[in-house]
Every structure is written in structure tokens, then in C-alpha cells.
Design a binder for this molecule. Sequence first.
Ligand code: NAP
Ligand code: ZN
Length: 346
Amino acid sequence: MRVTAYAAPAAGEPLAPTTIERREVGPNDVLIAIEYAGICHSDIHTVNGDWGPQPFPVVPGHEIVGTVAEVGADVTKHQVGQRVGVGCMVNSCGECASCLAGDEQYCLQGNVGTYASTDRDGTTTQGGYSTHVVVDADFVLTVPEGIDPAAAAPLLCAGITTYSPLRHWGAGPGKQVAVVGLGGLGHMGVKLAHAMGAEVTVLSQSLKKQEDGLRLGADHYFATSDPETFEQLEGRFDLIVNTVSAPIDVDAYLSLLTIGGTLVNVGAPPEPLPVNAFSLIGGRRSFAGSMIGGIAETQEMLDFCAEHGLGAEVEVISSDRINDAYERVLASDVRYRFVIDASTLA
Ligand code: NAP
Ligand code: ZN
């Protein structure tokens, strides 16, 4: 099946309209008519070559929401017409310890990314900046009724990437949680941590988005450009989730943790993040990382969002504005996720 899409032809080059081939619907496949696809900073890192060579042309997009257009003979979980979502992965080995534990994102054979990845049949995956996609039913999520579909799309990456570490490190009542960077991931981190009952602080470069941050659920908001912030907040947080797409001064943020606190990095800059051992050992502190979340946990997150009336704050754009949106994300000028209206691709 030939479908329209938007692709990056080579590293650092503007994206342009194209057509791509989608596989035939196999027995365990779902054909999705895409409605919305979010623009994640990872799409930009990938097509700019920040993370190394890619199999260009690349159709990015791993925050996909649409409706089921067709299902394979063996599919029982999804029905035609149902609203569904696809996140950052579309396959895994299904047999290793990670997959058996429901942590498909940490598949020991490597999970298959939604785009720019080699699928288990040897083909290269292409993502959601497209009108249709065919995905193995086991990697298709149910989008609960009640979440606006455009606002649901970013949950498939930004939502789960913040939900998973918040749950893993126990964000909840009585816990002081800080979110560094109020972008796509950060704004979901704030909403989710607040809904989980934690006391939430935003650490942003400036106070420009303070009003938004407080409206999204933060209790406190500080500018990291002000050196006094680091003095004032010393030893404050049980958990800091760093969503910044560029390197940060890890030692400075570790000093804001309680004894035994954790700084978890979800931001994925290509540069190394140096750490002074004394920043960790002096307070039994941890510097950790976390990647998206498993399929069952992603469904749990979607259901949690429906229950708490949560979705992303989105700016819906037509496909001809993708390159402008990339520039604005790079300039931290996004409130708080660009989402492509896939009907403008047709
Ligand atoms: P985004 O929307 O661009 O948000 C990043 C935010 O970081 C910006 O809004 C800005 O917030 C802050 N920031 C940007 N440049 C900065 C700098 N030089 N110094 C300090 N702060 C800066 O990006 P995103 O889509 O949320 O993604 C964030 C990062 O997470 C990316 O690296 C992405 O690849 C990664 N990611 C990781 C996973 C995972 O599984 N671990 C999943 C998805 C994305 P303020 O203006 O508030 O300072
Ligand atoms: Zn993403």
C-alpha cells in the first residue's frame, strides 16, 4: 500500500512530502488511519544526525493516534473504527527477560523503533508523519474515550517517558519532585506528577512560562539562570526528572537532591554528561536514566490520563509547517507540543 508521508531526505535537510510503501496487513497486524502525529525532540535529534547515521530517507513520528481501518485474521484486541495509538516501538523479541517482564523498551535483542529501525522482517520502519501505518497488534494501544485525539498523541512518548520514572521512583503524596525543562516531556511530567499527588517544582531556564507552569499543576517555579535558585533549593528534592535536550550541569542539580534522592535523565543529548563522584557519594544520591515505558505501562498511563482528565497542551499544525515547528522546538518556543494534523498530508 502506497501512502503519503513527510520525510527527511538526509541529515539536517528540511523534511519534504513523499510517498512510502506500507506492508500488507498480516494476521497479527492493524492498519491505522492516522489522525495526529506529535513532534518529539527525538525526531529532531534523529533527522539532524545528533545520534549518528540514519537510514535516510526517514519518516519520523512516534506519537501516533488514529483509527483502526483494518485488522488481521488473528487480531482480537482491536476492532475497526476504534481509536488507537502507537508510541516509540513497534516490535521486540517477546522472549527475553525484559520482554517477559513487560519492559519491551529494554528488549535484550533491542526493541524495534517506530522509525529508522530495522524491523524483525529486515525492512526499515517509517513513522507517523504519514496517513497510514501497519503495526503489530501487540504494540497498538487503546486510546480511551474522553481524551481528545490530538491531545492524546503526545502521551504516546512524552506522557509515558515521564510517567514511567515518576512511578518507578515513587512520585506521590509527601514527595518533592522537580521537573527540569518545560517542553513537551516536561509539561507532561508536571501534569502527571501533580496528578500522582507530589509537590511539583519546575526548573526552567527563565520565568517566561511561569504562569503556564503553575496552571499545569506546578506548586513552585524557578529560573535556573538565576544562581540563587541553586542556593535556595539545596537538598530539597526526592526526585528530579531532567527532560532537557542539551547537556546540563549534573553536579549542580545533584546538589538539589535530598540524601538518597535520584536525578533521572530522560533528556538525550548526544554529548556526555560528566558527574563528580563526590556529588553522589556525599549524599548516597543516584544519577539514573529511563527510556519510554513498556506496552502495559503505556496503557496504564493512558487510562490514568483519562481518569484524571489529562492530555497534552498542543498546537495543531498542517504538514507544511513541520520544518518551522522544528525550528521553534530548537528555540524552546513550543507550548507545549506540536501535533501534525494528518489529514493535511493526504
Ligand atoms: P522539548 O520540547 O524541546 O523540551 C526540552 C526543554 O528543555 C525546552 O523546552 C527547554 O525548557 C529546555 N532546554 C532546551 N535547551 C536547553 C538548554 N540548552 N539548557 C537548558 N534547558 C534547555 O523536547 P522534548 O520533546 O520534551 O524532549 C526532551 C529530550 O528528551 C530530548 O533530548 C529527547 O530526545 C529526549 N527524549 C527521551 C526519551 C526517553 O525515552 N528517555 C523519550 C522522548 C524524548 P525551558 O524553556 O523550560 O528551559
Ligand atoms: Zn519521543
